[in-house]
Design a binder for this molecule. Structure first.
Ligand SMILES: *Cc1c(COP(=O)(O)O)cnc(C)c1O
Length: 353
């Protein structure tokens, strides 16, 4: 019925399917790469201080206080910073404003599954470049005509990191394309390509406060790049929604960047837990892809990913499984607290005993 009221375009869209957020007590939730620790206590304080009559007013449309905090933190000019309602929104604007050139957008065959969705939404031709057999991005494979290049670093859901040297080489050899590095997980063990933005005017780096700063629920993401790339994103944003970042989000985001000690401590804890998790999985016979993120992609030689996921779910532990070529056998496991990891390992031990 309703379908007849839809445009052909909306009927043919293939929307993204997010990892589930079940409301089950005592669930060990290791499926969407959220931080197992809460945000800095200063975030809640800042948000509370913002709760009042001012909420009747629209927020500052350019979120300048947050942009300035990000610019100061990363040592760039405020004109090099764009902020949005989660990095998914920032990514969407990048696709819309920077990748619609009538040539294919290049991204890895195994990558963030929102990229093909945005290609569908913005009618961008895509070309998937296979990762190597060891799931690495080979930048030499990206020297084909393109309307842009995008990949996460570390890649998701593999966790593999690409070095800044390789990224610089890719940028140098694709001077006429925007190269977008989606650094959702960079704080868990990689060097940010923000170090390259003053050298390459075709580089756009996107980060989020959802993972390393424990603020997935507040919805904040940002991009850093040449002021002209940022201006393109602003033009899209101001043609779509003038106020994507709320007063509460601006206050919380500024507070998050002000608490460096808390940030470092949670990242270090997650990294140490990842190392322990990988070691323990390998002891159980899993093959684990080397990860620089807050998750690990792992497979067991004797049990399918689908079977293990279902067996874990029966034990109130949820992880992510992808019905996708080359990674069908794998599970993507978010790094939880040491206690959650202990529960996961005990369950796996029981399942594969
Ligand atoms: C989580 C994630 C995002 C989205 O982050 P939000 O800021 O919460 O929208 C973007 N890219 C990748 C690769 C991610 O894993």
């Amino acid at each position: 019925m309703t379908r007849r009221l839809w445009s052909d375009f909306v009927s043919e869209l293939e929307p993204y399917v997010p990892g589930e957020q079940p409301r089950v007590d005592n669930l060990v939730k290791l499926n969407t790469n959220e931080n197992p620790y809460g945000p800095s206590p200063r975030v809640a304080e800042a948000i509370k201080a913002e709760l009042g009559d001012e909420l009747r007013l629209y927020p500052p449309p350019n979120a300048d206080a947050l942009k300035q905090a990000i610019a100061d933190y990363h040592g760039v000019d405020i004109r090099q910073v764009f902020v949005g309602n989660g990095s998914d929104e920032v990514l969407a604007h990048a696709f819309n404003g920077l990748f619609r050139h009538g040539k294919p957008l290049l991204f890895p065959d195994i990558t963030y599954s929102f990229y093909p969705v945005y290609c569908g939404l913005y009618e961008i031709e895509e070309r998937r470049i296979p990762l190597t057999d060891s799931f690495e991005i080979a930048v030499d494979d990206y020297l084909v005509p393109n309307g842009g290049i995008i990949f996460p670093n570390p890649n998701a859901p593999t966790g593999r990191l690409l070095s800044l040297d390789r990224i610089a080489s890719l940028l140098r050899r694709n001077p006429d394309s925007v190269v977008c590095v989606d650094e959702a997980y960079i704080d868990f063990g990689g060097d940010s390509a923000i170090a390259l933005v003053n050298e390459f005017d075709n580089l756009l780096v996107i980060q989020t406060l959802s993972k390393s700063r424990s603020l997935a629920g507040l919805r904040l993401g940002f991009a850093i790049g040449h002021p002209e790339l940022i201006e393109a994103l602003e033009r899209i944003k101001n043609s779509f929604n003038s106020y994507p970042v709320s007063r509460l989000a601006i206050a919380g985001g500024v507070a998050a960047f002000a608490d460096e000690a808390y940030f470092r401590q949670t990242c270090d804890t997650v990294i140490a837990s990842r190392v322990a998790l990988v070691e323990a999985l390998e002891k159980l016979g899993f093959e684990v892809i080397p990860s620089a993120a807050n998750f690990a992609l792992a497979r067991h030689p004797d049990y399918s990913g689908e079977y293990l996921m279902a067996a874990l779910r029966e034990r109130k532990i949820i992880v992510r499984h992808f019905h996708a070529a080359r990674i069908e056998q794998f599970l993507r496991i978010t790094v939880g607290t040491p206690q959650q990891i202990t529960l996961l390992l005990a369950a796996l031990e029981e399942i594969i005993a």
